[in-house]
Design a protein around this ligand. Structure first.
Ligand code: GLC
Length: 430
């Protein structure tokens, strides 16, 4: 072979080898790059695990390279809180995205357990959210979570029974008692009014609604903690009376949580129920014994006062110790997006914290009552906002429980609350 041809041959051959090597390298990178798996922890959801799986599978399809494993914790907020405190305190990297009750975000942010999300949740976008949850995810000028779904206490009633006896939907607590009693007299075996009275967080949510709708509450006008007010005494006494004097609420309410009451009402055994918005979708499902018979409205107030609902709901945040923070942030953004919040309202019964969704034509068509919920959410009232809230509620729960079961008088319970909470708050000032 002539010298020149030989050189050209080697030049072409080495370029070819280089190209093959580069290609192989790229192929290897793409082929062997393992998909990362992020873990999403959340409480048991209404609507079954399939609905959430479908939502997560779509995220995986849209984000090749990220797999999501969802791990379910018990439904109770108190038990979930305990899980997080133990694991985050130990800097666990076992989960990346976590779902948090409105009452915890400040505590977790203060402890340094959450990744700040200011950049993934920019101020222009925040404006669309209801004020309550937005304030709950903000701690000292930073945001630490994005609201996922919103809750507020509602009154569910049996439309068919009220119509049968030509009785209006009660606007006051007093009216609710007389209406329940009138129907109970005619319809044997029905409970009048059921609510959540077990010694747990749900009880605090219920009690606050009676206190506020009587003109009371735990925080005074000066912003200081003040439990011992005559309005609060009356509110607790009324809850005791519902069970022991008017007998419209069965004693089982003192051990009931959301799902206990939802099951009883959903099987047609009660006239009125206090619960969060999620129950509606379940009552309207095919085969539900109360399908088409249920109305939902704002909670009653004591006569002369205004109705009040406790603000609840869940927010998504990223574990500060996560090994995959970018992927975790992507998942949080996706799950709190307009389209996923809309889908969760329609398929799972969880209501969106994004206000613009209440103007969404399709959502309003499928769930017309959503329009009325807007005002309830806008005015829902928060439990005391404090990084020490969990310590405060550990005081409130047994005292409220003692008052509604008659173990203590309302005055005794409130006095004990005042003494103990004052002590906790001196820690906050330190
Ligand atoms: C619901 C609410 C939550 C509240 C809990 C009480 O999950 O969204 O805020 O703390 O009920 O049981």
């Amino acid at each position: 072979m002539p010298h020149k041809t030989l050189r050209r041959f080697f030049a072409v051959a080495s370029m070819l080898v280089l190209a093959i090597a580069l290609f192989a390298c790229k192929a290897q990178k793409e082929g062997t790059q393992e998909a990362i798996t992020i873990v999403f922890k959340h409480g048991k959801l209404a609507g079954g695990p399939e609905a959430m799986r479908l939502i997560l599978s779509r995220f995986e399809a849209e984000n090749p390279g990220i797999k999501v494993k969802d791990e379910v914790l018990p439904a109770s907020t108190d038990e979930q809180h305990q899980f997080y405190v133990i694991n985050l305190e130990a800097r666990s990297q076992e989960f990346d995205v976590l779902s948090m009750d409105v009452i915890w975000v400040e505590e977790f942010a203060r402890a340094g357990w959450l990744r700040p999300l200011d950049e993934v949740f920019p101020p222009e976008e925040r404006r669309d959210f209801f004020h309550g949850p937005l304030s709950a995810v903000t701690y000292r000028d930073n945001v630490y979570a994005i609201p996922w779904y919103i809750d507020a206490g509602l009154l569910y009633y049996r439309k068919d029974l009220l119509e049968r006896y030509s009785l209006p939907v009660p606007r006051t607590w007093e009216e609710l008692v007389s209406t329940a009693r009138a129907i109970m007299k005619e319809e044997r075996g029905l409970y009048g009014f059921i609510w959540q009275g077990k010694q747990y967080e749900g009880l605090v949510c219920n009690v606050m609604e009676y206190m506020w709708s009587r003109g009371g509450g735990l925080i005074g006008e000066d912003g200081r903690f003040n439990a011992l007010k005559k309005e609060n005494v009356e509110a607790l006494r009324f809850m005791y009376d519902l069970i022991h004097t008017y007998r419209v609420s069965p004693p089982l309410v003192t051990t009931a949580v959301e799902e206990t009451t939802r099951h009883i009402f959903g099987s047609g055994r009660a006239i009125f129920m206090r619960n969060w918005p999620y129950a509606w979708n379940i009552f309207e499902r095919e085969g539900s014994p109360v399908k088409g018979k249920v109305g939902v409205t704002v909670l009653p107030a004591f006569s002369g006062y205004r109705s009040a609902s406790t603000l609840g709901g869940w927010q998504l945040g990223v574990n500060r110790y996560s090994k995959h923070p970018e992927a975790a942030e992507k998942l949080v953004r996706y799950l709190t997006s307009y389209r996923v919040q809309k889908e969760m309202s329609i398929k799972m019964g969880y209501r969106p914290p994004r206000r613009s969704l209440y103007r969404d034509e399709e959502l309003r068509k499928v769930q017309p009552f959503i329009v009325r919920l807007y005002d309830v959410f806008e005015h829902a009232r928060p439990r005391p906002e404090s990084p020490f809230y969990m310590m405060i509620t550990q005081v409130l729960q047994p005292e409220f429980s003692a008052a509604i079961t008659g173990l203590k008088s309302p005055e005794e319970a409130l006095r004990s609350i005042q003494r103990q909470v004052e002590h906790i708050l001196t820690m906050e000032e330190r």
